[in-house]
Design a protein around this ligand. Sequence first.
Ligand SMILES: Nc1nc2c(c(=O)[nH]1)N[C@H]1C(S)=C(S)[C@@H](COP(=O)(O)O)O[C@H]1N2
Ligand SMILES: [Mo]
Length: 199
Amino acid sequence: MSRLKAMHTPVFWAEGHPGPLPSANWQVRIAGLVERPLTLTYEEIIARPKTIADARLTSVSGWTVRGKWGGVRFSDLFAEVGVSPQAAYVQFTSYRGIYTTCIPLEVALRERTLLAYEFDGEPLEADYGGPVRVFCPYLWGYKSAKSLVAVTLVAHSIPGYWEVRGYPDDAQIRAGRVHDVNSHRWRHIPDGEVIAFLD
Ligand SMILES: Nc1nc2c(c(=O)[nH]1)N[C@H]1C(S)=C(S)[C@@H](COP(=O)(O)O)O[C@H]1N2
Ligand SMILES: [Mo]
């Protein structure tokens, strides 16, 4: 059993569970306002330099989970494709195209925003967005699109699945009480990325 599952990390699929998603034949398309659009296979993603972010995914629904998220920095991928000057936001699209979300380019370029494929050294399973997902600890979890198939550089923010249903587009993490999945305790968090690791 995976670490995420063993800790009873909640599994969210607003669009319905996609079923098993094999990494073979998985592709992520990076396009939009870029100079050299790129399609990466799973093998090409995991062959790139890996960054490990010891950080938390924190949901607006009131829980937070810490672990070592492994993946490729979006800043590395964007250096490779060449971002056009008009690009200001990054839209993420999940498998089947129903779940989308958008973050500022500036947040996508931060060091812990990853095209993630591992948690605590284990490959991400389909429940938790495998084979590859967004991991962005700076904003509420609904920006961390699972089972990612497309990354599109755009000039203006495009409201996604939860944003059109009323969640704030800026997704700033706000102070409040959250359930810490790691310690099974309720904790108070301040505004911003949850970096006090609560343990
Ligand atoms: N495709 C897809 N990605 C998604 C979601 C979803 O419903 N569908 N839920 C989001 C929300 S609200 C959160 S908090 C995290 C939860 O990640 P987990 O289900 O792996 O715990 O995934 C985000 N990414
Ligand atoms: Mo969430």
